[in-house]
Design a protein around this ligand. Structure first.
Ligand SMILES: [Zn+2]
Length: 226
């Protein structure tokens, strides 16, 4: 009986104070949520966000991806350059307007398919542009000569050379030494030491001076990284 009485009292207490109990429960629940948020809010951020990013290096591992050099294709003008540091021009090029120049060696007026660039003996002669040596030879009139295919149907003949340093089939780069100024061109002995330079475009002789003076260029596509 007494146990039944006590149960009834507890049930009656709950029923009479339901509102109060509900209020207390709500306060406790809200407090628990606030505490849980404030505590767990810090915890996940510090270990998960701080630790892995800092030691591994969050920033360094990100920046290379952002700053990875991107290849860009740009057009670059590459000029032909003078093949020799010359002091003066001896016999000039003869075209249809200037049919002949006087050749003091031969003591006669003659056509001259190139220019004679006068320089001290042994002055280096260099390739005017990248190319491939197509012929190395010697003739009585031209002396030692080197023919270089500079691409796009432009072939340069460097003659009256000594100290030829290239062989047929060899690739040469602009500025690379191919020989030296000398007096080996017997037909032009009176010019003294010089480079006899001829240039053909599509098989036709042209005045080499535009090339020598750095007026001729090609646009070359070049991949650069920025
Ligand atoms: Zn000449």
């Amino acid at each position: 009986m007494s146990s039944t009485n006590q149960t009834n009292k507890f049930t009656r207490f709950l029923r009479n104070n339901a509102a109060l109990l509900l209020l207390v429960f709500c306060v406790v629940a809200i407090s628990a949520v606030v505490i849980a948020v404030s505590v767990t809010g810090d915890d996940p951020n510090t270990p998960v966000g701080g630790n892995p990013n800092d030691p591994i290096g969050g920033n360094p591992s990100d920046t290379p991806v952002d700053e990875t050099p991107k290849p860009v294709i740009v057009k670059e003008k590459i000029y032909f350059s003078s093949p020799v540091a010359y002091q003066s021009v001896g016999m000039e090029y003869t075209d249809e307007e200037v049919l002949f120049v006087f050749n003091p060696t031969l003591n006669q007026w003659a056509t001259h398919n190139g220019v004679d660039l006068i320089a001290s003996e042994n002055t280096p002669v260099t390739a005017m542009y990248d190319g491939t040596v197509v012929e190395v030879g010697e003739s009585y009139g031209m002396g030692h000569y080197v023919k270089v295919d500079h691409g796009e149907n432009v072939i340069a003949t460097y003659a009256s050379l000594a100290d030829v340093q290239v062989v047929a089939g060899q690739n040469v780069q602009k500025g690379e030494k191919i020989g030296a100024v000398s007096t080996t061109a017997s037909y032009e002995f009176a010019d003294g030491a010089h480079l006899h330079l001829e240039i053909t475009q599509n098989g036709e002789h042209v005045d080499p001076m535009a090339y020598v003076n750095g007026e001729i260029y090609r646009e070359v596509e070049k991949t650069v990284t920025e």
